[in-house]
Design a protein around this ligand. Structure first.
Ligand code: MIC
Ligand code: SF4
Length: 643
């Protein structure tokens, strides 16, 4: 029985365990990436581990999230990162150099390698044939120190692509189509592997759009084979030497096969407020649009912006609509500037943004009250744009650019096929790595501004916990709900301050209630529905609740990265054994849990007395994670192992 690409790479990196679906394995990590919003905490934790230099093949620290410098906080964080990175052997990609996933694909990704990143869209790297996984910052810090990364050996879902896309339909429509089949739920511990003749019609940046947004499915990662087109892309990046062919064996087996005829894919749109709320563009065409935003790590490659520029050329943006464009990297930015595409965008009336996350994370470009915004990024969670009442729709760059001219949603298939701009993959990209600063051998002082705190301290698990169920929420609670991004991100290095905003948009008094309880020696529990913690990898959605005294989160089901982050910070992720209990448990009830240490150590479930009744929960964690929970978190666990 042959291997698929996923298991070929996993087996080459296996350090612990048996690579069979469902079992925990530990793998060697070749490369890591962080971004500034998750990176400051990851590097503070790395410092706390006391390892003098990273042990990976390469570790890169990108500044792309908090680039709006409206106060000292972000600039201070950037300077901390730059000085810390230099001392510890980490490459530093400066603000303005681009979005981590786009730049990593261009300059560092290599077929067959493993990449661990403190950002949920790290799977973008799967477009170049690597196993690229998103995780919490602390997991990344451990990997930088040479420790294994532990994951559940995945089920592999094979998406077979046949045929080729029609003109005006693009990679974004493929992944939205996949989301309409698989949804954002129930895909934990799966990896998607794309194969089939249609793969040979998609360039690396197009593949990367698909693997990027695989994050919204909740899968561990997505991967494409490495073939001649991968080689051509690497050659154009001046990196042909790192290419290797990586194809599934002819008799490779998969856990599930989904066939997609690319010729039948039509333009798709994800409607408010979930990436899997997918419709055909044709069914909504004519909808009035107030804003179009093109960019993000999903759709801002040279290919994408070239199409956008060609659509805008010689035309004007509709007067009732605002068009923002953010190139994904400085390489893309310089390419479109030199070949005239940028001039066409400016002439059309587009507002050109920095090469950064920007609008995607709610840092600028918040739509008007109740405004309809068409965006090319990957998430449209309620409020993420910065305007609570905004209606955000996710579309391809083709749909976005055409709609920007008309002021309403346009179906690209209404265009004539022969008018689709002829696209040529460049033989060579502009290569200038001068904004990626290599580490130094000379140690210099690390800059620490007043907004930078210590990584928070966690205690070993107590045998009994008493407290209050301070919050009951429904399904699909995202980490954006738990720890708001946008304007609040500036506090990411300051846990006491950022903790004031936990669940801000859901229940503004949650944080103060939890702090009051904590002052009286009581802990806090939270009850959620399905897919609790989907979305971002931000470990602050675990750290800040932990700081507020949350020790138990009960839910119908959890998303992978968030569940791991809860464990890493000593919070018990408890799954309701009986779904009907969800309806009974009420906000405000008192809880009490006893014999916790022996139950956690003994591999058992957990019993919690809530409002005078006993409820049973599963603790779906591995034996290693049980040890981490007993020690009060991964930092304690790692330090005690190092001693
Ligand atoms: C996101 O797209 O939600 C983010 C912002 O990039 C997050 C990381 C973060 O919270 O900093 C992610 O995807 O993990
Ligand atoms: Fe940045 Fe948006 Fe990509 Fe997250 S999804 S890394 S915020 S561009």
């Amino acid at each position: 029985m042959g291997d698929n690409v996923v298991y070929k790479i996993l087996k080459e990196h296996l350090l612990e365990g048996e690579p069979a679906p469902g079992a925990e394995i530990g793998i060697r990590i070749d490369q890591t990436l962080t971004q500034d919003a998750t990176g400051t905490m990851a590097y503070l934790q790395f410092e706390a581990m006391g390892i003098p230099r990273v042990k990976t093949e390469i570790s890169v620290s990108y500044v792309d999230h908090n680039t709006l410098q409206t106060g000292f906080e972000n600039s201070d964080d950037h300077r901390y990162l730059q000085t810390m990175n230099s001392n510890y052997g980490i490459h530093y990609s400066r603000a303005g150099n681009g979005i981590c996933h786009q730049v990593h694909l261009e300059r560092f990704g290599r077929p067959g390698a493993t990449l661990l990143g403190s950002d949920s869209h790290t799977p973008t790297g799967g477009g170049i044939g690597m196993i690229a996984i998103g995780a919490g910052g602390l997991d990344v810090a451990v990997a930088m120190g040479g420790g294994p990364f532990y994951l559940t050996s995945p089920r592999v879902v094979n998406v077979r692509l046949n045929g080729r896309l029609r003109p005006w339909v693009s990679a974004k429509d493929i992944i939205l189509h996949v989301l309409s089949i698989l949804s954002t739920r129930g895909n934990v511990d799966a990896v998607i592997e794309y194969t089939g003749p249609g793969v040979g019609t998609l360039s690396v940046p197009e593949r990367a759009t698909i693997t990027n947004m695989g994050a919204e499915l909740g899968v561990t990662t997505s991967v494409f084979p490495s073939d001649g087109l991968t080689r051509a892309f690497l050659k154009a990046q001046g990196r042909e030497a790192v290419w290797r062919e990586l194809l599934p064996d002819p008799d490779a087996v998969y856990d599930r096969i989904i066939e997609i005829d690319l010729g039948g894919v039509v333009p798709m749109v994800a409607c408010p407020h979930s990436p899997d709320n997918v419709e055909r563009v044709s069914s909504l065409k004519g909808m009035k649009v107030d804003q179009v935003a093109i960019g993000s790590c999903t759709n801002s490659s040279y290919r994408d912006l070239s199409v956008v520029g060609a659509v805008l050329k010689g035309r004007k943006v509709h007067p009732d609509l605002s068009l923002a464009i953010a190139p994904g990297s400085r390489q893309v930015f310089e390419m479109i500037a030199r070949d005239g595409v940028l001039a066409d965008m400016i002439a059309a009336g587009a507002r050109i943004m920095e090469s950064a996350c920007g609008f995607c994370i709610g840092a600028g470009q918040a739509p008007k009250t109740g405004g309809v915004s068409l965006r090319t990024n990957n998430r449209n969670f309620e409020g993420r744009s910065g305007t609570a009442s905004a209606q955000v729709y996710l579309v391809s760059p083709e749909t976005a650019a055409l709609s920007a001219l008309v002021g309403e949603l346009v179906d690209p298939l209404d265009m004539r096929p022969e008018d689709f701009p002829a696209l040529v993959q460049p033989d060579s990209f502009i290569i200038d790595d001068s904004m990626i600063i290599p580490p130094s051998d000379v140690e210099k002082p690390i800059f620490r501004g007043p907004n930078i705190g210590e990584p928070p301290y966690t205690e070993p698990l107590s045998d009994s916990l008493r407290g209050i169920v301070q919050l009951k929420v429904g399904d699909k609670i995202t980490t954006d709900h738990i720890m708001p991004a946008g304007a609040r991100l500036i506090y990411r290095s300051n846990i006491p301050k950022y903790s004031e905003y936990v669940f801000e948009g859901v229940d503004p008094s949650f944080s103060s209630r939890a702090m009051e309880a904590k002052a009286q020696g009581l802990y806090t529990a939270v009850l959620g529905g399905h897919s609790y913690g989907q979305g971002s990898s931000r470990e602050h959605a675990a750290i800040c609740p932990m700081y507020l005294g949350v020790r138990i989160v009960m839910a119908r089901s959890f998303e992978r990265i968030h569940a791991a982050n809860l464990v890493n910070f000593g919070i018990l992720p408890l799954v309701l054994s009986n779904g009907a209990d969800y309806d009974e448990i009420r906000q405000g009830q008192e809880f009490e849990a006893a014999d916790l240490r022996s139950r956690v150590a003994g591999g058992e479930g957990i019993r919690v007395r809530i409002g005078g009744r006993d409820y049973d929960f599963e603790l779906p964690v591995t034996p290693r994670q049980r040890k981490i929970l007993l020690e009060g978190g991964l930092l304690n666990y790692t330090r005690s192992r190092m001693r």
